[in-house]
Design a protein around this ligand. Structure first.
Ligand code: THG
Length: 372
């Protein structure tokens, strides 16, 4: 029997929860103390629908930590090793947030709304508390809050057409990782071209609970012929796309240099960032890699082996129906990676070997062709 999830005020509902339930949600997780759907039709059916049509996701759990005030940039820069000194207004930035040891505290999207207003659209850790502590300790002139904003993602190859029907043609002009205010029934809501899939799409930062419900309904009524449906971040799709999940593939114990986030660490920048001194000194001993197993398998543990020795852990894994292979992200010791291009995992059918690859997966380079 699968245990139930007891829902209370701690497991925050969202303005969309009644609609998510009417749409047939089958499973939830809790993310930033908030309900997040994980399944509607079934993981594989959700995956194919996302790849072929358009989905509306209640990602209210992506809380916004708003930093307002003259020292907003200074506080954000303390938290991330990515150089944001030249950031333009209206841009989004994927940024690791790291502590003094270089460990990953969170991996939000940082959004610059004005010189004095930034949002951090956070993954699943309590960034507001850390930011408030830093603001107090460093005597920064900022206010750190979690405003009532509930992101709604519209994802999939038909997302742009659906968004244009609801917000007008100008929504098509928003470039990837740009954000701008769009009118919805007389209210300005920030809309970005972003989202936790690589199928294309937008995120609407809904700031009015009642209008949010109307927006959900309008997306569904205007998207009928596009086969719009409810959805949620999908494990299979995000692994195929190489998107990392905080708490699964990385966390306090891992650094961005171990997780392949080097491009978001500005080691040479002349900026005041808490983690940069440690990151500059660091010699990573492990690396997050892809593992491709050319058959479906039921894993019986999370370890990876080289010549019978455990050399690391599987952090995420899923069968890819599109490529007919089992995909894993693995955190593996560097000496083992230097020694071998294949590693073994324990499946129900016994020890099975997989190919070690870079992330994101280069399916073509691996000789894998997509089905359907
Ligand atoms: N959208 C919003 N908030 C979020 C997420 C989101 N908060 C939590 C979580 N997701 C944060 N993590 C990520 C991870 C990857 C990306 C976005 C958020 C992402 N990465 C692109 C990539 O890796 O190709 C682009 C990165 C870049 O070019 O800067 O989109 O999904 N609102």
């Amino acid at each position: 029997m699968i245990p139930e999830l007891s829902v209370s005020r701690r497991t925050r509902s969202t303005p969309f929860t009644s609609r998510v339930e009417a749409a047939g949600v089958q499973a939830y997780t809790v993310y930033n103390h908030t309900l997040l759907a994980t399944k509607f039709r079934g993981f594989e059916a959700d995956y194919w629908h996302l790849c072929n049509h358009v989905q509306v996701w209640d990602v209210s759990c992506e809380k916004q930590v708003a930093i307002n005030g003259p020292d907003a940039y200074q506080l954000i820069q303390l938290m991330t090793p990515r150089d944001l000194s030249k950031a333009r207004i209206g841009r989004c930035f994927y940024v690791p947030l790291c502590n003094e040891q270089g460990g990953i505290v969170n991996d939000p999207i940082a959004i610059k709304l004005s010189d004095n207003e930034w949002w951090l659209s956070i993954a699943d850790t309590d960034v507001m508390l850390w930011a408030q502590g830093l603001a107090t300790g460093f005597k920064l002139d900022v206010q750190v809050t979690e405003p009532d904003i509930w992101p709604l993602a519209v994802q999939g190859p038909k997302a742009e057409n659906l968004m244009a029907r609801v917000f007008g043609e100008s929504v098509r002009d928003i470039k990837f990782f740009n954000i701008k205010p769009m009118h919805y029934r007389g209210v300005d809501m920030q809309v970005a071209r972003s989202g936790w899939s690589k199928q294309g799409g937008f995120e609407i930062y809904v700031n009015d609970a009642v209008l949010g419900g109307q927006l959900w309904d309008e997306l569904f009524s205007k998207g009928k012929d596009l086969n719009v449906g409810p959805g949620c971040p999908n494990l299979i799709e995000r692994m195929e796309s190489g998107l990392l999940s905080l708490g699964n593939d990385m966390g306090y114990e891992t650094s961005p240099l171990e997780c392949g986030l080097d491009q978001y660490v500005s080691l040479d920048a002349d900026i005041n960032s808490l983690s940069l001194p440690a990151l500059r000194q660091q010699v990573p001993a492990r690396q997050l890699k892809g593992l491709v197993i050319d058959q479906a398998c039921q894993l019986i543990d999370q370890n990876i082996y080289l010549d019978g020795q455990c050399v690391g852990q599987i952090t995420s894994q899923a069968y890819s129906p599109k490529y007919g292979v089992h995909l894993a992200f693995v955190l593996c010791s560097l000496p083992a990676l230097g020694a071998s291009l294949t590693l073994d995992v324990n499946c129900q059918q016994g020890s099975v070997s997989g190919r070690v690859t870079s992330l994101p997966f280069d399916f073509k380079g691996l000789g894998l062709e997509p089905k359907a």
